[in-house]
Design a protein. Structure first.
Lengths: 245, 345
């Protein structure tokens, strides 16, 4: 039988709170419900295994940093850098998130239903089968996919205007897929637009379906929508800027 | 609002501070002296310096009342000065030809007192407003200075204000000096800043060329003077002043309609030396408004909350919810975009 543990985070500093969560996982909990979260940082950091952590409230910065395996579901918003250097597992945020979402992420999935701030997906990376995925339901802000080195960054723009400019500044790996057309002027130097091929669509369709299922959306219009794919123009975007050969 | 709410909110963000200083500013706290400029002064040794300051002030106006600021010693705060307050009426006839003679006199007095080594530092100088701040170094023999210590030292819960700003300091220099932490104030304007401007030198030289004297080496002090210069002296609307301080990039200007391009180019040319670079979020206030903006590269966070007729600007949503659990909207404005809340008449 699944073992559930409930923790009241009201007025608790993040250190004892995270110790309680870690202890619950060590004691074999499958699901940990953390109520009254108000800005406590570092929730889920470095955790392994496959437990589910439900964060009820506003998650503080660096949620699920270095996490390897568990699922974190946030009912509200998250602050800066959820999924920072995350290894595997999944973060589902029902609200919006701050700047540097999925910062240096190296595997697993981060799904944000609302908007994300500046520098989403900054320096996401990939290695062999490790391929991180960040999906944003609303809009992303400027410097999306900055220095991106790998993985998939998908922005669905469900709530209106897409605000990001300087997209893919310094991108040298991975791909950014944005629903609808993206004005060439919004791309940073070193990023280029490509049309989405049928093969690309087949590859992102399961991700879209999973995202839609998590947030109760109708997946088919999203699977069949028009997308712009943004990839590195070169593997060494700053080759001529900082080095002379 | 009394000061207990903002004390809680600031305390939520102790991770952002270093326990080496904090400060608060409140508008509307001195209704009995609403027509006087309230000068908050730190005296190193009141018995030595106070007579000099009294004489200086009386030369330029009338001291209606003065007293020690009520304080309550805290175990974690080492007191190294005496906070004092004057309620002062400048004599406008002594600044003939000025468009704002009282404020010019107060500005000059603040610059003069703070520039000289007289053991006195004016930390706020506006009507119906006051800055309450303290510093302290940590470690062996250190004195601490977390937001709660500073709030309790000044008993800020005893003050009723309609605008509050507060700052949790991560000290990078001289934490023991009480005048160093934010907020910085010059009569109407008060400033708190999360970040560091890399253009401090250029901005300081610019603002000093108009007679301001930057005595603390802190960028928030320069920002307070820049805003006073642009808004009061040059007559810029607050949103234009912010556009001058945190302007759009040239590439963004190139994409604007022609009239807007011309305005933005003119602002950048005129105020190139006032332009602030580096990571920052600034919240400023005067008696009529509160305004927040970030650097144009958005290297610091800014969260805005609204609830009824109340506006909240903070580094983290949790701080807003600590004060207003039922907050109705939460937004994260774009880089350089000013958020302005005006006080209802």
């Amino acid at each position: 039988m699944a073992k559930q543990v409930t923790i009241d985070a009201k007025g608790v500093h993040y250190t004892p709170l995270n110790q309680q969560i870690r202890k619950a996982i060590e004691d074999g909990a499958d699901e940990i419900v953390v109520d009254n979260v108000l800005g406590q940082r570092f929730i889920g950091d470095g955790l392994r295994g496959n437990a589910t952590i439900r964060v009820n409230g506003v998650a503080g910065g660096d949620l699920a940093m270095f996490m390897s395996g568990p699922t974190v579901i946030v009912s509200g918003n998250a602050e800066h850098a959820p999924g920072n250097t995350m290894d595997s597992g999944k973060v589902v945020i029902h609200g919006s998130a701050g700047d540097a979402v999925a910062h240096s992420m190296r595997g697993g999935k981060v799904f944000v239903r609302g908007d994300i701030g500046y520098r989403g997906g900054i320096h996401m990376k990939q290695y062999e089968t490790q391929r991180p995925i960040l999906v944003v339901g609303g809009s992303a802000q400027t410097f999306l996919g900055e220095y991106m080195a790998g993985g998939l960054l998908l922005v669905l723009g469900l709530d209106g205007v897409m605000k990001a400019r300087e997209i893919g500044s310094g991108i040298h790996g991975g791909e950014i897929v944005i629903r609808g057309d993206v004005d060439e002027a919004c791309l940073a130097a070193g990023a280029k637009k490509l049309p989405l091929t049928d093969e690309d669509r087949a590859r992102i369709a399961p991700v879209i379906r999973e995202f839609a299922a998590d947030f109760g959306l109708d997946p088919e219009p999203l699977v069949n929508a028009d997308y712009t794919r943004i990839v590195p123009a070169s593997a060494r975007p700053f080759a001529g800027k900082y080095t002379w050969e | 609002m009394d000061g207990s709410g903002i004390r809680e909110a600031l305390s939520m963000m102790n991770e952002r501070g270093s326990g080496e200083g904090a400060g608060y500013v409140a508008y509307g706290i001195y209704p009995d002296y609403r027509d006087c400029y309230a000068l908050h002064v730190f005296f190193d040794k009141a018995c030595e310096s106070k007579a000099v300051i009294d004489a200086t002030l009386e030369q330029w106006g009338t001291i209606e009342h003065d007293e020690a600021i009520p304080t309550c010693d805290q175990p974690n705060l080492r007191v190294n000065c005496t906070p004092w307050r004057y309620f002062f009426k400048p004599d406008a006839s002594l600044a003939p030809g000025s468009a704002s003679p009282e404020k010019d006199i107060v500005t000059n007095l603040v610059m003069q007192i703070n520039a000289s080594a007289n053991g006195a530092e004016v930390v706020s100088s506006g009507k119906n407003v006051g800055v309450f701040k303290a510093g302290g170094s940590r470690g062996p023999g250190g004195s601490g200075g977390w937001p709660e210590d500073v709030a309790d030292y000044y008993r800020i819960q005893d003050y009723e204000g309609y605008i509050w700003l507060a700052h949790n300091r991560y000290a990078t220099n001289r934490p023991e000096l009480w005048e160093r932490p934010d907020p910085f104030n010059l009569h109407d304007w008060s400033v708190v800043e999360n970040g560091k401007t890399t253009t401090y030198g250029a901005n300081r030289r610019y603002v000093e060329s108009f007679g301001y004297n930057c005595s603390t080496g802190t960028d928030s002090e320069v920002i307070a003077y820049l805003i006073d210069l642009l808004v009061r002296k040059h007559g810029l609307d607050i949103s234009l002043a912010i556009r001058a301080l945190a302007p759009p990039y040239w590439e963004e200007i190139d994409r604007m309609p022609e009239a807007e391009q011309n305005l933005n180019r003119a602002l950048r040319f005129a105020y190139g030396s006032a332009t602030m670079n580096g990571p920052f979020t600034v919240v400023a206030a005067n008696p009529d408004m509160m305004v927040g903006f970030t650097d144009r590269g958005k290297l610091r966070p800014m969260v805005v909350g609204e609830c009824g007729d109340r506006l909240y600007i903070a580094s983290e949503e949790a701080a807003i919810r600590a004060m207003e659990s039922g907050v109705e909207s939460i937004a994260r404005p774009a880089a350089g975009e000013p958020v302005i809340g005006r006080v209802a008449p």
